[in-house]
Design a protein around this ligand. Structure first.
Ligand code: SGN
Ligand code: CA
Length: 522
């Protein structure tokens, strides 16, 4: 009998003994259920388990307090579709084929962890944001938003059928997920549920009941908010600046009735946003933003004052959206607890990438710089380790981890590594010492150049290419905000050469084809 078949047989025979009646007392014999919660663009800076400067997220923090917090968790390609494809396949973008949000279409015929779990006897489901263009495969149940989805009264596609729901996306997504857990799944089987919120993605539209939160809160301006990008050509070329690119009407909701505030095409879209709402939603929305608009007009701001006002307004809306996310995570945890599922379910909380909360003057993501390369990762595993895990992990590691948890053999073509030994608190002296990253979406929205690179625990080397050819080197210990590009600086030749060798080693290990970086002239 081959190893794979043996693993599957064992998986299925364990599963056949599983029933909800046994949920609380036979946890060590039954395969763990998997609840994989992911938000879209949720920065670690706005989760109080990581950072208490901006807000409190008690429910998300509970996952960390009763489990682990990864302090060095990263993505392989900091943008939604590509990040999701890396998670589903455990492979970097050049192999899973979904390199960017614009041109790619996910090949749903390829191997993914939900498919392998399904074969091993798990009930699989995905609810919320999917964003992979092709319909989900490998799921017993899917109920997904269209593309980015809408915050208000969103349309979902329920196993192929469009259904519009009245209400706020984060609440609806939670309700659909709980309904599946409670009433739709087969309770004789273990489950793997991907609960993927669209929040807090741009344009950060809060639920009506959260509109007045943070109205008087001042936020500390990041020290590098007025970064001039000296020595960093690609950083200077971006279009994700709060001061320059954040739209007053579209992003900051200043759709004044008098039509006096004029922006560009984005403003036209921005004026459409409240039109989706029902009467009650619209009344609450207007009651809040009309006052913001009146105050904004009266202040007549320009220059830095205007930039800082935009930053504050952005932070307020973003954090209001997070307040709803946190409340909804609380609801899910509460459901698991009252239904005896907390002790046989592994709960993962993450985001599809990090996000800029004004650092370098930015919103959005995409860059291999820390704020967007990093992503939050909190895991509560019954009987698992507690505290912090410091190893360098990446979103290609989720697939092999889930397979490992289910007792399914990890296929050899998967790039990532199982984090299960780390979660159990076992020694892991052979864990990876560097990470590979590649971002491909250019030319595109926000104008972030194509780049790839390597990060060790202390250093980062990045090559920006295509219509640019520049390298950047950072010492993250001395310069955690990545303000000083050391590439080509005296004394750094040996380190640079070493990192280039490490980069080549990773590209070889991950079978990166030679034509993966066609460098064009500037
Ligand atoms: C949309 C946003 C961008 C964002 C991308 C990718 N514009 O296009 O600001 O960078 O999504 O985000 S918007 O006007 O449509 O809001 S991702 O998380 O889906 O990758
Ligand atoms: Ca995202």
């Amino acid at each position: 009998m081959n190893k794979k078949f043996l693993a599957l047989t064992l998986g299925i025979s364990t599963i056949s003994t599983y029933s909800s009646a046994q949920e609380s007392d036979t946890k060590s014999e039954s395969p763990l259920n998997i609840l994989f919660i992911m938000c879209d663009d949720h920065s670690y800076q706005t989760i109080s388990a990581y950072d208490t400067r901006f807000t409190q997220t008690p429910n998300i923090d509970r996952i960390a307090n009763e489990g682990v917090r990864f302090t060095n968790s990263f993505v392989a390609n900091s943008i939604s579709g590509p990040s999701r494809a890396c998670m589903l396949t455990g492979k970097h973008s050049h192999i899973n084929g979904y390199t960017d949000n614009v041109k790619s279409r996910f090949n749903g015929a390829q191997q993914t962890f939900p498919k392998l779990l399904q074969t091993a006897g798990y009930q699989t489901a995905v609810v919320g944001k999917w964003h992979l263009t092709s319909p989900p495969t490998g799921f017993d149940y899917w109920n997904i938003l269209i593309g980015q989805g809408e915050y208000y009264n969103p349309t979902f596609i329920n196993n192929g059928t469009k259904e519009q729901h009245e209400g706020y996306a984060t609440n609806i997504t939670t309700d659909i997920a709980i309904d599946w857990l409670d009433a739709k799944r087969n309770k004789e089987q273990p489950f793997c549920l991907l609960l993927h919120h669209k929040a807090p993605h741009r344009t950060w539209q809060p639920d009506t009941l959260d509109l007045d939160l943070f109205s008087d809160t001042e936020f500390p301006l990041p020290a590098n908010f007025y970064d001039t990008y000296e020595g960093r050509e690609a950083a200077a070329a971006q279009e994700m600046s709060i001061a320059k690119d954040m739209d007053l009407i579209y992003d900051l909701k200043l759709a004044d009735k008098e039509n006096e505030i004029k922006t560009n095409q984005l403003g036209v879209y921005g004026r459409e946003i409240p039109k989706r709402m029902n009467k009650e939603q619209r009344a609450a929305w207007d009651a809040h933003y009309d006052k913001v608009i009146a105050d904004f007009k009266a202040a007549n701001l320009t220059g830095n004052e205007l930039a800082e006002w935009k930053y504050r307004q952005y932070m307020r809306d973003y954090l209001r959206v997070i307040a709803s996310v946190d409340r909804n995570i609380g609801e899910v945890l509460n459901y698991l607890e009252t239904n005896g599922l907390l002790e046989n379910t592994i709960i993962v909380y993450t985001s599809d990438q990090g996000f800029y909360m004004g650092e370098h003057g930015w919103f959005d993501k995409r860059f291999m710089y820390e704020e967007s390369f990093r992503t939050p990762l909190l895991v509560r595993m019954p009987d698992g380790k507690r505290g912090d895990i410091k190893q360098l992990v990446q979103n290609i590691d989720y697939a092999p981890t889930f397979l490992d948890i289910a007792g399914v053999e990890i296929p050899e073509d998967i790039h990532g590594a199982s984090m299960l030994p780390l979660l159990k608190g076992e020694k892991s002296s052979d864990w990876r010492e560097s990470l590979y990253y590649h971002y491909y979406e250019f030319p595109s929205e926000h104008s972030v150049k194509k780049h790839y690179g390597v990060r060790t625990d202390r250093y980062k080397l990045i090559h920006f290419y295509d219509n640019i050819d520049t390298w950047e080197l950072y010492d993250l210990k001395k310069d955690p905000s990545e303000m000083k590009n050391l590439y080509g600086t005296k004394g750094y030749d040996k380190l640079t050469a070493k990192l280039k060798v490490e980069l080549s080693k990773l590209r070889k290990q991950y079978n990166v084809p030679a034509d993966n970086i066609p460098i064009k002239q500037k």
